[in-house]
Design a protein around this ligand. Structure first.
Ligand code: PLP
Length: 352
């Protein structure tokens, strides 16, 4: 009985999503839209003829063809992953060797640092500016001076909901010797995608997901879009049957309906815009106790006085959001959900 976990495992903590039954869940940037009856019927039909006894297509060929069409790319530039989460893991493990330097920013998506730890990369976390934007000139200097092998960031950013413009990022990619991984999980809500530029650089990988704009977080499907050489490398490095047959089949039905996707995105953007408007109104009405930072993704990020108390107050009322003390992040939900949260925040600050 002398076996001991190594230090790496000892120091890790399991990811804990917020548990419990809440009336309103605006904590995970999920979509509030479920498939309509037509889409559901098509999915049912697909699943009826699925060869459950067979391993799935290892390269998810049909899906990558359809995804390529949707993303305005070519099938040979697409790799499907079991969530973009898995793709982050594959990219960090395969493109970095132990001890290689990975540059991330703070705040940004926590999984980047997580995988750096798991695969024993050297992690550099550069702070963002006061206003939570990225100083790309400073980042480029770091890349050159610190022998950075890979940079990864989300654009627009989770959790800040701020996005950097296309030109600024293109300039950065051109300037640095590092591999640049741009996680565009929320780009459908901002419209500054770099997808059309993948073949102009030898150091760019773009990540997309079906979890946010397409409302399919339960499927676990993400895509890496990159020049062919990178796609081939990713396909070599991934486990062979990484995307299950059920997810492949359902995702094909979604991508066959670009209008359905467009409608969903428009609904989510409308919800985000109205949530943002209400936040800005609260900013005035609370004399700045609440201060909006960003609203370019499908959520609003704001600095909140007594953020932890506010979080508990909402939770006690059955409303769950995400706390990044002293900030809060609220996903754009149904109108009724947004109103409930806004009303409760207002109550918390004004006592009305
Ligand atoms: C939600 C999210 C993803 C999506 O991850 P999946 O594994 O595809 O569900 C990726 N990156 C960021 C920054 C996210 O917030």
């Amino acid at each position: 009985m002398g076996y001991k976990l190594n230090e790496k495992l000892e120091s890790m903590q399991a990811y804990k999503p917020i548990e419990g039954d809440y009336r309103v869940r605006l904590d995970a940037n999920e979509s509030f839209i479920l498939p309509d009856s037509k889409l559901k019927a098509a999915i049912r039909k697909r699943l009826e003829s699925l060869a459950f006894n067979r391993y799935p297509d290892p390269l998810a060929g049909e899906l990558c063809d359809l995804a390529a069409r949707y993303y305005g790319s070519e099938p040979e530039n697409i790799t499907a992953g079991n969530g973009s989460d898995e793709l982050i893991s594959i990219i960090v493990s395969a493109f970095l060797s132990k001890g290689d330097t990975l540059l991330t920013f703070s705040h940004d998506f926590s999984m980047y640092a997580f995988y750096a730890h798991v695969f024993e990369a050297r992690l550099l976390q550069m702070s963002k500016r006061e206003d939570l934007t990225i100083d790309f000139e400073k980042a480029a200097e770091l890349c050159k001076n610190e022998n950075v092998k890979m940079v990864i960031f989300s654009n627009p950013c989770n959790p800040t909901s701020l996005g950097a413009g296309k030109d600024e990022i293109l300039k950065f990619i051109k300037e640095v010797p590092s591999l640049v991984v741009v996680d565009e999980a929320y780009m459908d809500f901002m419209g500054q995608s770099l997808l059309e530029h993948i073949n102009e650089f030898d150091n760019l990988i773009i990540l997309r997901t079906m979890s946010k704009a397409m409302g399919m977080a339960g499927l676990r499907l993400g895509f890496a879009v990159a020049r062919q050489e990178f796609s081939q490398a990713l396909k070599k490095a991934k486990s062979p049957y990484n995307v299950n047959a059920v997810s492949q089949a359902i995702a094909c039905e979604i991508f066959s309906r670009p209008l359905y996707i467009e409608n969903s995105i428009n609904k989510i953007i409308a919800s985000r815009d109205s949530l943002l408007k209400e936040f800005k109104r609260l900013e005035k009405d609370t004399s700045g106790k609440l201060k909006v930072v960003g609203g370019q993704a499908n959520f609003v990020f704001a600095k909140a006085e007594k953020a932890a108390d506010l979080f508990e107050y909402l939770k006690a009322g059955g409303l769950i959001i995400r706390l990044f003390d002293p900030y809060i992040r609220v996903t754009a939900g149904r109108n009724s959900e947004n109103s409930e949260v806004i009303t409760s925040i207002e109550e918390f600050y004004t006592g009305r």
